[in-house]
Design a protein around this ligand. Structure first.
Ligand SMILES: [Zn+2]
Length: 189
């Protein structure tokens, strides 16, 4: 009887936590390959979230060994920001939507390829499922163009944000952090 009550209490507390807490948004598949525990906001996504895998050489096991990296480590061509499945993604600048046909399966079955010729970059947004724009569309700054998901990602829902040269392939990927405009979340939030 007592055990039953405790179990009921625990269940009730868990329910309350799941209804009220942001902690409930944590995806059990997330593994963080960064010491940075800061929650960041960005014009590119809703809410405040942590970096899961930074750009560059990483011990994360999802990437082939790369000659740029020590100890057979792989190279991550973007920044991964862990966020709950369905988190809205916004255009941080004006963009043109390109065909994602050239991207291959590593980014999932419905990633987004975006371009800003004036600023001189292509942007790969990986692992999306719901995408609200089509190739040829012009996307205004601030427009929600997709939602984060886990398509093609073994490590849960996240935003893969990858900056490339215009028309360039994977080998032209550069640090995307400045474009992503991460800002530490205010402590009052
Ligand atoms: Zn990634």
């Amino acid at each position: 009887m007592r055990l039953g009550r405790l179990a009921a209490l625990a269940l009730a507390l868990a329910l309350v936590a799941s209804l009220t807490g942001a902690a409930s948004a944590r995806d059990p598949r997330w593994v963080f390959y960064s010491q940075d525990k800061t929650y960041y906001t960005s014009p590119w996504f809703q809410g405040a979230h942590r970096i899961m895998i930074p750009f560059g050489c990483t011990t994360a096991p999802y990437y082939s060994p790369d000659s740029r990296c020590r100890d057979d480590n792989g190279f991550h061509h973007g920044i991964d920001i862990a966020m709950p499945c369905g988190t809205p993604l916004y255009a941080g600048v004006r963009l043109r939507v390109m065909s994602h046909a050239s991207l291959g399966s590593a980014y999932g079955d419905n990633p987004v390829l975006l371009r800003n010729r004036k600023l001189g970059f292509d942007l790969v947004v990986g692992h999306t499922r719901k995408v609200y724009v089509q190739p040829g569309d012009k996307v205004k700054k601030g427009t929600m163009f997709a939602r984060a998901n886990d398509r093609g990602a073994p490590d849960g829902c996240h935003l893969h944000f990858e900056k490339r040269a215009v028309g360039g392939g994977l080998s032209t990927a550069v640090k995307p952090r400045e474009l992503l405009k991460l800002t530490p979340r205010e402590t009052s939030q």
